[in-house]
Design a protein around this ligand. Structure first.
Ligand code: C5P
Length: 231
């Protein structure tokens, strides 16, 4: 049995990938399976936390026991669900893969094939939900610890961590979970490895292991990082 060291904590975890509709049957999406976010929710509940899982699109996954699930298909729906849930949360984890862009408009009817060349798809920027949550906290709306994710491909010079440290500073969250992605790593796989970076400069690496093991390591790191403001 896991320690009940998260009892009394209220956590909100987003998971999966958003889908941005082009028409009633088509969307722009990404390859997030949702497995890491679901593992975070399941492990937190097993450790006694009260968990809300804001779920975008995932592969078929069992619903974690004892977790409240809120479905949010698009970036704008996920944004609304996160702002609603944030006020009650001690810890917020943005594990979802949010589409950076969405089609400017969604056609009411299925876009038809035609003889002429297709129109280009006009895109507009989605809000950065993580950055908005950091701003809402700074405005005094809530006091949650905020955790972001970064999927970094890096390159042969190994500057994944350099990028990730810059991202942590830019986003203004307290902790950043860094996954190395690409070449069959992280997305759509059962295993994960990476680094945990805290705004106070604390860092640790997480060895390759199951997404449940990674989740346990993330929660250990969050619990040790204290409460906001960490000062
Ligand atoms: O900038 P990047 O997309 O790499 O940052 C990833 C982090 O930001 C993740 O925690 C993700 O959930 C969050 N994010 C967000 N809103 C977006 C894009 C990313 O909250 N529009």
């Amino acid at each position: 049995a896991l320690p009940r060291d998260m009892s009394g904590k209220r956590v909100v975890v987003s998971a999966g990938g958003t889908r941005e509709p082009l028409d009633p049957v088509r969307y722009l999406g990404n390859r997030s399976s949702g497995k890491q976010g679901y593992a975070l929710a399941r492990v937190a509940a097993q450790r006694g936390a009260q968990v809300t899982l804001v779920s975008a699109h995932t592969v078929a996954l069992p619903e974690p026991a004892g977790v409240d699930i809120v479905n949010a298909g698009t970036a704008l729906e996920l944004r609304e669900a996160m702002h609603k849930a944030a006020g009650e949360a001690d810890i917020i984890v943005m594990a979802a893969a949010v589409a950076d862009f969405r089609p400017v408009s969604r056609a009411d009817h299925k876009i038809k094939k035609s003889d002429r060349d297709p129109d280009p798809v006009a895109l507009t920027r989605n809000p950065d939900i993580l950055a908005e949550l950091v701003a809402a906290r700074a405005a005094g709306k809530f006091r949650s610890i905020i955790v972001g994710f970064a999927a970094e491909t890096g390159d042969e010079t190994g500057d994944v961590l350099t990028h990730a440290r810059a991202k942590l500073a830019r986003k203004g969250c307290d902790l950043l979970v860094v996954n190395a992605v690409g070449e069959g790593k992280a997305f759509e796989t059962e295993d994960n490895a990476g680094w945990l970076l805290a705004a106070d400069g604390t860092e640790r690496s997480i060895a390759l292991g199951s997404k449940a093991q990674m989740a346990a390591g993330i929660w250990d790191f969050v619990l040790n990082s204290g409460t906001y403001p960490t000062g």
